[in-house]
Structures are given as structure tokens and as C-alpha cells.
Design a protein around this ligand. Structure first.
Ligand code: GLA
Length: 724
């Protein structure tokens, strides 16, 4: 529900449980004045405190700058007196940087418009609000667009910047959303890590000054994540206030929390302004990515479940949300580059007998690539390895009753490639310096339309040549030396964003031309696991580290925001190839249950007793697949916090079924069994666990007795079913 109260000059955006309120001053400044539990009035304009000194500029023109630096500006602008973190900065053709955005008009409408060239939340039946702000002196109009997703308690915000003058100007900063909060939040939640340990949760204190989480790598990266939440001190997984922001964007980002001189907290999120400078000619418009914002008073878990519902209903392709994803086997950790068609068929043949449904041929099938030193860009099948060609191989795999998937890394060019010999200028590079290598590869220059078309042609041809039902789209280096030999000096600041737009364009074409293709994104594991990529691919490879113990922390952080069905989870070898940890085969499978289950090992070479367990593991996955894909996720305990054990559960929407996953990382000696308090059940219903009957109320308040498991790294999966 979106309303404008014309008397009070207030916009009110209501979801089922929240209200987001903005107000206009007499001059037309737009203030962000309330966000929290749903209220039933627009009579909150007094919270803008425009009657406090310094009054609004109209009443006290001599103190305009003081006003600007106190007012809770909805979309703060740079250079005219608001010295806090801002959202937008424009340099005009005279080199001046300063904006004053004032209200011009608004429009409330019952639909969600798709952003041009960018992923965004879907939802045709939602209500939206456009507020047009302008600075006539600069010649800019800024359209703030909000859409309300009532049932998920989520609001999205995007911004369109229009040059309404005849002269060009440069956008040097354009963030997506901002919240102005009072001092009732004290903590920050953000995600951090590295390759092979992505998205670990960090909780820190809000102090005076600014806290920044960011990426300048051309993608969100392994290190930080385009998400930030601020929360009350007493906020736990089950209750407390939390405000969260997530960005539907797959490039550089910044998210900030700033506590100012008056103890107010401002938080914002958007494209990182460093290495960003967009020239906008008269009459042109620039689309800023969409941010997802939410408030929950139901703690961190409440936030998580809102995000999960929202992503499943409004971001992921509806075709895939409930579709059963095939159990796959990927040959990367099985063979690395050392494979040929016969080896792949051997793996597929063994895998098919065990119930695995798809073979994915990973890196190394094209050009003359036998290591990571060559051939990116040469998307032609290496027939020395794939004897008889791709179709022949795919047909052989299909004849075993298995689907076939393939790996690409389309954004790259190897110096040792036919493509680079022909087009060295297609690599991103400075004009006067040899570009730096990473994994012996360069970034391909996607700001050149001919390059994007070439890459698409190659993908199209390969995918049309055989019955390929899945693509793993990889991206294995950060983007440095960001310059295109094809762009003029004053457009070099556009290269990184143009790269992201081209990536979106390619993935859009791919799913349009191959509507049944299952796309899985990947970036050196999980460096580009974000809402932008999820718009195109319903699943993303979560991390190159499949060690189940490390995965507990990676998956806890990932599932803080993203639905379980979006996480690529595989059972891999032990000792683990990344960290050498030795873990039981069963635990590896139990931890992989809460994702898109698969195997990443040589099934022909693992011990027979492990191989024999695979059919039962697959049956278990299939038994819970629907529940895990569609249910509500609750965290019961966190190994990250307690250093001993981890547990989480998924409850069906009708609260009739649940599954609990419990991993005892470190075994305890001489301890009593634990009372594990379950969550999300119906307190009135009766449930059966292991043939014993309990009420939901007892399970949630008194707890389920979890007996200690003998041995480190042990796991158990517990089924809960209602019996009335
Ligand atoms: C990345 C991926 C891996 C694998 C390799 C292939 O690291 O995350 O899963 O595909 O590339 O080079």
C-alpha cells in the first residue's frame, strides 16, 4: 500500500508489518522520517524536527547549511551542506560539483516496471511510487522509484538520473538507497571472507565515524558482500530490530554506516563511486541499480526469512523456484584438466548407476587448454580431448540416461589464445602499459559491443551443437587496470559498469534463446554470489571449498540472505583439496543437503563403501528437496559462535514437516545431551520425531534431546512430522 497525504505532504509505504514514511518540507526537501513497525497514521511530520533550530531555509535563510547537515535527507546529495555520507554527486560541464534536489512531482501506480538493461525484482501486482526530484540549475532530474512487496515486508528502491539540460554532465556517484535512523541501533551485520571462505558473518559496533564494506574488484568479490544491516543491541536470531539493505548488482559496491555528531545513524548502499564516472549527454538517462531494503522486529531470523521469501517470489526466475534441480557430478576436482571423452563417460557411466542425474564437464574442453595458462576466448571444442566432437560425447552421456552440462568463462581472454593473437586490443588494458595477469588471463573488453557479440556467437554455437542442459558460467579474476582502448578519456570511468551491463545482456540473451537451460553462476567459487546474478541463474556455486566444516560458516553467511535452493553444494573428496581436512562421507553429504546437491569427485576411484552410500544419500536429498527449496529456514545453533556444533532446520510453510541438520564439529567428553530448542513449528500441533510424540510448544520451549555423537565431524539429519 502506498499513499500520499497531500495535507501533511507525506508519503507512506506500508507492508504487512512495516511503515516507511517520507515527508516534504515547504521548500521541497524530501526527508526519510520513519521506518519501523507498521503505524496507522501519517501524523509523524514532527519527527523531521524542522521547527528546531536551525529552521528550514525558508524560515531561517541565514542558517541553510546548518539545516542541510541535520535534515534526514531521503536521497542525500553532495556539495551543498549535507556533510554526511551522501548518495549522489554530479560534476557539471564547468567542473562544479554540488546539487540541491527538490521535489517536483510524484506518481503512484499499481505495477512494477522492469529496469532497462538491469536485473530487478519482479512483481506485476505490486504498488510503486515515483518521486521526481530536480535541480534546475544543474539540469538534472532524479526519479526515486519505490516498490512495496507487502507480504515479504520488503521495499525496493531504484533511481533514474536524467539529464534535462542541453549540456553534458558527469555522474561521479550514484548510490541506490539511504536510511536515516535514530540512535536505537547499535550493531552492524556484514559478510566478509576470502577465496575458499566466503561470507562469514561479522557483527560489530556502530561507532562515531563511518564503517565501510566495499568492493573495487569489478565484482562483489570473496572479501565483502553487497549487504549491510544495522540492528539493536539486544537483537538475536529470534527477536529485536534489524534494518537491512541488499543490492541487486554484480559489480563494485559500497555500503556504509555512519554515526554523526548528533548520534544519528545513516546507512546507504550502491555502486562504488571510486573508478566510476559516467558521462551523461543532454536528454540521456542513467539507471542506478535497485536496492532491497527491509525492517524486521523479529530479529536476524525474521530478516532472513523475509529475504528468502522475497527472492523466491520476486527475484528468481519463477520457472526454477520449485523445479527439481538435477543431482549433478562435476569433474573439476575429479580430474582437473586431465580428462578426455572416455574418462568423462567412465565417470558418467558409474554415476548414472548410482542415481546421479547430470554430468558437468568443467574447465579444459576447448582450445588447447590443458592448464590454466591458455585458450580462454577460443570457445572451440578441443577434439584431441573430446574425440568425435561435443555432440558425440553428449549423446554418449545422454544414452546413459544422464543430462549434460558445460563450463564457460566468457569474460576472459588468455594471452596464449588464437583470439588474443587476432585481437590483442580486446583485452582491457592501459594504453601505455602491459596489463597485469591473474591466473594467466586478461579481462576481455565488454565495453566493445563487437566483443560481446563475438562471445555470444561462440556460446550460442556451442550450446546449439548438442543437447546441453546446463551451463556453469565462471569468472576467475578481479578486474584491474580498468581502461578500454576503445573509449575516450572522459568515458574511461564507465568501463566497469559497462562490463556489468554487458554481462547482464549476455545472460539475458542466453536464457531467452535457451529457455530450458539451467544456468549456474560461479566466480572462483563464490565471489559473485549476489542478487543480480540470481536474477539470471537460480543457483550459484557457493565456494571452491566443499569441506563440510568450512561450509558450515560459508553456508550460514550465505543463507543469512539467500534461499537454500540458490546455493551450489557438492560432496567432494576427503582429505579436502583446499584445506586437507578429513571428514566422514556422510557428514559431507548432510551438509550438502541444504543446497543444490551434487558430487565433485571421481566416483570411479573413491572407496567402494563410500560409493555404495551414494544412492541412499541421493534418496535422502530427494526426500527433503522440496521442503528445503520451499520451506522456512531457522538457525538453531552456530558453530561460528559456539565453536562446537552447528544446527539449523527447515519447516514447511504449513508447519507439518521439518528437517533438522545437526553437525557436531568437536566431540565432547562426559557431557549431558543438549536440549535443542526447535523453531518455527505450530505450538498447538503434535509432532513425531523418532516415533516419539511431542507438542510443537514442548519442542520449541523445552527442546528436543540431542544425544552427543561420538567423534568429531559427525552429523545427523532428523525428520519432524506433524501427526494431527
Ligand atoms: C573456478 C571454479 C571451479 C572450477 C575452476 C575451473 O575456480 O570455482 O569450480 O570451475 O574455476 O578453472
Amino acid at each position: 500500500m502506498v499513499i500520499f497525504d497531500g495535507d501533511r505532504r507525506v508519503f507512506k509505504l506500508d507492508t504487512n508489518n512495516t511503515s516507511y514514511i517520507m515527508g516534504l518540507t515547504d521548500e521541497g526537501y524530501l526527508g526519510n522520517i520513519y521506518y519501523g513497525k507498521k503505524i496507522d497514521t501519517t501524523d509523524v511530520v514532527y519527527t523531521m524536527r524542522t521547527e528546531e533550530h536551525p529552521f528550514t531555509p525558508e524560515n531561517l535563510p541565514g542558517e541553510k547549511i546548518g539545516f542541510m547537515d541535520r535534515f534526514p535527507m531521503e536521497y542525500p546529495f553532495n556539495g551543498t551542506g549535507d556533510f554526511r555520507v551522501n548518495c549522489i554527486s554530479i560534476k557539471d560541464s564547468a567542473g562544479q560539483e554540488g546539487l540541491e534536489l527538490l521535489y517536483k512531482s510524484h506518481n503512484i501506480y499499481a505495477e512494477k516496471r522492469k529496469l532497462v538493461g538491469m536485473p530487478c525484482a519482479r512483481g506485476e501486482s505490486s504498488m510503486s511510487l515515483d518521486i521526481v526530484m530536480s535541480d534546475e540549475a544543474v539540469g538534472v532530474e532524479v526519479v526515486l522509484t519505490y516498490t512495496v512487496y507487502e507480504e515479504c515486508d520488503i521495499i525496493t528502491q531504484s533511481v533514474l538520473i536524467k539529464n534535462i539540460s542541453e549540456k553534458e554532465f558527469y555522474i561521479t556517484k550514484a548510490l541506490s538507497a539511504c536510511l536515516n535512523l535514530e540512535n536505537d541501533v547499535s550493531d552492524i551485520l556484514s559478510l566478509h571472507g576470502s577465496w575458499a571462505r566466503e561470507r562469514h558473518i561479522q557483527r560489530s559496533k556502530i561507532n562515531y565515524g563511518s564503517y565501510v564494506t566495499e568492493s573495487l574488484r569489478g565484482e562483489p568479490g570473496h572479501q565483502d558482500h553487497p549487504f549491510i544491516a544495522v540492528l539493536s543491541e539486544n537483537c538475536t536470531k529470534d527477536y529485536g530490530d534489524i534494518y537491512a539493505m541488499n543490492l541487486i548488482y554484480s559489480g563494485n559496491f559500497i555500503a556504509m554506516v555512519q554515526k554523526d555528531q548528533f548520534d544519528r545513524v545513516r546507512t546507504n548502499i550502491g555502486i562504488h563511486p571510486d573508478r566510476f564516472n559516467w558521462k551523461l549527454e543532454g536528454g540521456e538517462a542513467f539507471q542506478v541499480p535497485e536496492a532491497i531494503i527491509q525492517y524486521s522486529h523479529k530479529g536476524i531470523g525474521g530478516m532472513t526469512r523475509n529475504f528468502h521469501d522475497f527472492f523466491r517470489s520476486h527475484l528468481l526466475s519463477q520457472k526454477w523456484v520449485e523445479a527439481e534441480r538435477p543431482v549433478l557430478i562435476n569433474n573439476w576436482e575429479a580430474t582437473y584438466f586431465d580428462f578426455d571423452d572416455d574418462k568423462l563417460v567412465q565417470i558418467a557411466s558409474q554415476a548414472s548407476k548410482l542415481g546421479i542425474e547430470m554430468l558437468v564437464m568443467d574447465d579444459g574442453w576447448f582450445g588447447h587448454r590443458n592448464s590454466d595458462n591458455s585458450s580462454l576466448g577460443d570457445w572451440y571444442v578441443n577434439e584431441e580431448k573430446i574425440n568425435g566432437g561435443l555432440k558425440h560425447l553428449v549423446d554418449r552421456v545422454n544414452s546413459l540416461g544422464m543430462k549434460f552440462g558445460i563450463w564457460f568463462e566468457p569474460e576472459m581472454i588468455s594471452p596464449d589464445s588464437e583470439l588474443y593473437k587476432k585481437h590483442p586490443e580486446w583485452a582491457l588494458s592501459f594504453s601505455d602499459r602491459e596489463p597485469g595477469l591473474c591466473r594467466t588471463q586478461y579481462m576481455i573488453d565488454f565495453s566493445r559491443p563487437e566483443v560481446v557479440d563475438y562471445v555470444y556467437e561462440r556460446l550460442y554455437e556451442i550450446l546449439s551443437s548438442a543437447n546441453i542442459e546446463y551451463v556453469k558460467w565462471d569468472m576467475n579474476r578481479p578486474i584491474a587496470e580498468v581502461a578500454s582502448l576503445s573509449l575516450p578519456a572522459d568515458r574511461q570511468g564507465e568501463v566497469l559498469h559497462r562490463h556489468v551491463l554487458a554481462l547482464y545482456d549476455l545472460q539475458e540473451r542466453l536464457i531467452r534463446d535457451f529457455p530450458n537451460l539451467l544456468l549456474e553462476n560461479c566466480s572462483g567459487g563464490g565471489a559473485r554470489f549476489d542478487a543480480g546474478m540470481l536474477y539470471y541463474s537460480p543457483q550459484i556455486w557457493c565456494s571452491d571449498n566443499a569441506d563440510p566444516i568450512e561450509r558450515l560458516m560459508i553456508q550460514e553467511g550465505t543463507h543469512l540472505i539467500y534461499p537454500l535452493s540458490t546455493t551450489g553444494t557438492h560432496v567432494a573428496d576427503s582429505p579436502n583439496h583446499v584445506n586437507g581436512r578429513i571428514t566422514p562421507f556422510d557428514t559431507r553429504a548432510d551438509v550438502a543437503l541444504t543446497g543444490t546437491f551434487g558430487y565433485e569427485l571421481d566416483v570411479t576411484r573413491i572407496p567402494e563403501e563410500e560409493r555404495d552410500k551414494i544412492p541412499a544419500q541421493i534418496d535422502k536429498y530427494k526426500k527433503y528437496r522440496k521442503l528445503i527449496q520451499t520451506g522456512d529456514y531457522y538457525r538453531l545453533a552456530s558453530f561460528r559462535e559456539n565453536s562446537r556444533y552447528d544446527s539449523y532446520m527447515v519447516v514447511s510453510k504449513d508447519k507439518n514437516h521439518a528437517v533438522i541438520i545437526y553437525v557436531q564439529v568437536v566431540t565432547d567428553s562426559n557431557v549431558l545431551s543438549k536440549k535443542l530448542k526447535l523453531c518455527g513449528l505450530d505450538s498447538e500441533k503434535k509432532y513425531i520425531i523418532d516415533n516419539k510424540e511431542y507438542t510443537g510448544s514442548v519442542l520449541m520451549n523445552v527442546g528436543y534431546i540431542m544425544k552427543p555423537l561420538k567423534g568429531d565431524f559427525k552429523s545427523v539429519v532428523i525428520e519432524v512430522n506433524s501427526c494431527n
